[in-house]
Design a protein around this ligand. Sequence first.
Ligand code: URA
Ligand code: CA
Length: 444
Amino acid sequence: MRLKPRIEGMKTVDLIRKKRDGGTLTRVEIRNLINGFVSEKIPDYQMSALLMAIYFRGMDEEETASLTDIMAHSGEMLDLSAMSGFPVDKHSTGGVGDTTSLVLIPLLASAGLTVAKLSGRALGHTGGTIDKLESIPGFRTDLSRKEFLALVEDSGFALADHTEDMVPADRLLYELRDVTSTIDSLPLITASIMSKKIAGGARGIVIDVKVGAGAFLPRLEDSRQLACGLVSIGTQLGRKISAIITDMSQPLGKMVGNSLEVKEAIRTLKGEGPQDLEDLSCELGAELLLFSEKETRQEDAVQKLHELLHNGAALDKFRTLIGNQSGDPAVIEDFSLLPTASKQINILAPRAGVVTELNALMIGRAANLLGAGRFVKGDTVDHAVGIELIKKIGDRAEKGKPLAILHVNSAASLEEARAMVREAYKIGERSVVAPELVIERIAA
Ligand code: URA
Ligand code: CA
């Protein structure tokens, strides 16, 4: 006889019905559901039904906080309590050309904070910090937990790929959400993001919530709701946390693509980077500096971080980071050591005028077509390819002069990518100002 799926107390089917009918699940009920699912006592079909019930009925703050906490504890947790410094983490909801993590990790370390950063790979139209750093010859991101914690203790910072044994509940739930059309549920997104941050062990957390065409949630109302939820849940779970809502209508900086973004990060660490990337890095970093109580005024914290980018202190930390993780620090002085595409193809302005739009989603997709990202998990990325944006919103374009440069290694999908970049640019008559980068700050 086949055993009916069942957990202690209420049956799973009763809990699904409770949520379906708009009820509130208790902490114990949520724990039974999540732990039952992770240990394969609850089958996918029941969890799918529950996810759909949550999608339609939502979860209140208490349910979401319980879900987050239980998911965070579903696997190994990083214990940073023995570290001498103040451990901080930054998370972005995903952007195009967003190189801030590469800048922030050494920058925060140079400000005396402890950075134990777990990052992900590129998926969809957005890039991933792990792929970017792996374009540095020799750079290792597959550190064991022991190696990772030893580096954090000795140097104050390290960066590694998420390991399979952390937050298994999120991985399993995400796979199911992906095929049951239940990704875009605010409580589920909130618990997914925050469970990973909680398991990562940081005490101070800043979340960069993107808004605009290239963002996971393009509309400001949705981003604001997500930001508020993340801050509220993080606070309830004992973390110092804030969220900054920032513009992702156009890509950040001028480079999109793995080794191109490493070069852009190095330029920024030399104080020669694009202003938007430098400003955003300092804005996000300032939140963490305030949480650590190393600075007490926001303006002073921002100023301090700009200084560390311009006096070489942050760049020194990046050199240490590369060396610590078996990479070749000579890339900092010699960009020719980084993967370089075989061909550069100009995208020319069809007419004169002002760039009024530069669609981040299209640029992200075009970079993917060139091979910079992944369409499905497991695809290999080409670290050398990508897109250099010569003109951004508000810039003047001259007919026949380059708007962008494609860095290309293969003819496959080239025409499609070229057409997409052309379409991403809108050129108008009247002058426009670039959109404000920092749109809102959400604090506890
Ligand atoms: N990012 C996550 O980590 N989880 C989600 O559910 C959505 C975006
Ligand atoms: Ca960039």
